[in-house]
Design a protein around this ligand. Structure first.
Ligand code: GDP
Ligand code: GDP
Length: 438
């Protein structure tokens, strides 16, 4: 499903990132513990009254060497380009400023739904004193306090009411994979090389959100319909923000959201960068299948029989939470091992949709407890009674225990490994949820 996107726009210091965190109500994740990985987010998922959407904090996309006016303009442009609904954030304590008027004017001409959030309305008096914001000409202002969380319900009600209906249509059911990676690692070259290998192109169009080129093709070997999402396909339209790292990461994350399997492309001569880790962490948390493709392997000089293994060890060390992701060494230029990419996408998609019968899961559980008895935590012995699969993509299992509080990460990891040993979940994350047996 293509989710609607909501963007927060406004001057620096009005409270955009505070509201962003408030709306996202972000939970702590394993990946977040890895230094420098997914903190400092500007793009996330959120939900209100069962309606899911993507949320962007355009304030997080800052431009070097540009003045405040240019920055605000760019942020408004990003919001117009990316979002279905725009939330203009202003400051109750400062009132309407010239910069607010500039943004309001740019937004007004975009003909997109706009909701005005008057932030820092922390008390009753401030909540009532918001009439001057009608002057922005963008409809009713909504008083909120990002710090206290007040007024958020009314604001979000208005936001989800403004969602256009078309954004909720389902995408087709072809198997979707996307190439994600820094500029120049060879994403476009891989796309073209794969398409060059006797495949029948069904359609070739800009993605629904205009941030990628989607090529749908039928693989002549397996008859499967695939959609290849190329995020590098559209770029350099000359907008000042297009080359900023945050913006390109955000675009990559959007593509991750739309696909089944992510191919993280690295340059064999350069190794891993912070940006790669960020995107990889996001793909993992979003439950997508992941392949790590080390491209330009032809250009790596001084290779010997150990080089691949050493590079693999390095990646495993740096991306520990992606231990399930296959690593392949390819060359778009020399057309080496490209066949593997599509084959792996197919195999991973099977694995991420794999359903295991409860009887087999409980056999696994018996074996697992024979190898390592459940631990005793705080003088209480963990008892694991029963495991059952509740979802696919990613495969998700509920583990019924005597006390979820003492179902610790180490035992969870142990059971996850046992599951991976017994069943083929290559390339896909799997999730375990502990529940108390009633
Ligand atoms: P941004 O630059 O627009 O992303 O603004 P921030 O979210 O970083 O907030 C700027 C400052 O305003 C921080 O010191 C926040 O703690 C403060 N702030 C944000 N929301 C509120 C609010 O609702 N009430 C008050 N009193 N302060 C707020
Ligand atoms: P993108 O920005 O990730 O889409 O990267 P491109 O596909 O545009 O490739 C960037 C540059 O790397 C181009 O000059 C390509 O010719 C070169 N390149 C791509 N793949 C390979 C490869 O496998 N080996 C070598 N040696 N060069 C490559």
């Amino acid at each position: 499903m293509v989710l609607p996107t909501v963007a927060l726009v406004g001057r620096p210091n009005v409270g955009k990132s505070t509201l962003f965190n408030r709306i996202a109500e972000e939970r702590i994740s394993i990946v977040e513990d890895t230094p420098g990985v997914t903190r400092d987010r500007i793009y996330t998922h959120a939900e209100w009254l069962g309606k899911q959407f993507n949320l962007i904090d355009t304030g997080g996309i800052t431009l070097e060497e540009h003045d405040l006016n240019q920055e605000i303009r760019s942020q408004a442009e990003i919001a117009i380009e990316e979002a279905d609904v725009i939330v203009l954030v202003v400051d109750a304590r400062v009132g309407v400023t010239a910069a607010d008027e500039v943004v309001a004017q740019i937004l007004f001409s975009a003909h997109k739904p706009i909701v005005v959030a008057v932030n820092k309305a922390d008390n009753l008096e401030q909540r009532q004193d918001i009439y001057e914001f009608y002057a922005l000409g963008l409809g009713d202002p909504y008083p909120v306090s990002g710090v206290h969380g007040t007024g958020m319900g009314d604001l979000l009600d208005q936001v989800i009411q403004s969602f256009p209906r078309e954004t909720l249509i389902a995408e087709d059911d072809s198997l979707k994979f996307s190439f994600i990676g820094r500029p120049n690692v060879g994403k476009s070259s891989l796309v073209n090389a794969i398409l060059g290998e006797q495949r029948v192109i069904v359609s070739n169009q800009e993605g629904t959100t205009r941030d990628s080129i989607d090529t749908k093709f039928i693989d002549q070997d397996d008859g499967q319909v695939y959609t290849m999402i190329d995020t590098a396909g559209i770029r350099k339209r000359g907008k000042v923000y297009e080359n900023t790292e945050k913006y390109s990461v955000m675009r990559a994350l959007k593509a991750v959201d739309r696909c089944d399997v992510v191919v993280l492309v690295l340059d064999g001569a350069q190794g891993l960068r912070e940006q790669d880790k960020r995107v990889a962490g996001y793909a993992h948390e979003a439950g997508r299948g992941v392949i790590i493709a080390v491209n330009k392997w032809d250009a790596v000089e001084y290779k010997d029989h150990k080089t691949m293994q050493e590079f693999t060890d390095y990646l495993r060390q740096e991306l520990q939470y992606l231990s399930y992701a296959p690593i392949i060494f390819v060359s778009a230029l020399k057309k080496q091992r490209l066949r593997q990419i599509v084959e792996l996408v197919r195999a991973i998609n099977e694995n991420q949709n794999r359903r295991i019968q409860s009887a087999l899961l409980n056999e696994m559980l018996l074996k697992a407890t024979a190898i390592a008895p459940a631990p005793t935590v705080k003088h209480k012995r963990l008892r694991v009674y029963y495991v059952t699969q509740v979802a696919v993509q990613p495969p998700t299992f509920v583990v019924f225990v005597n006390d979820p509080e003492i179902f610790h990460f180490s035992y969870e990891r142990f059971l996850t490994n046992q599951l991976r040993e017994m069943f083929d979940f290559t390339g896909t994350p799997i999730r375990l949820i502990a529940r108390q047996r009633k």
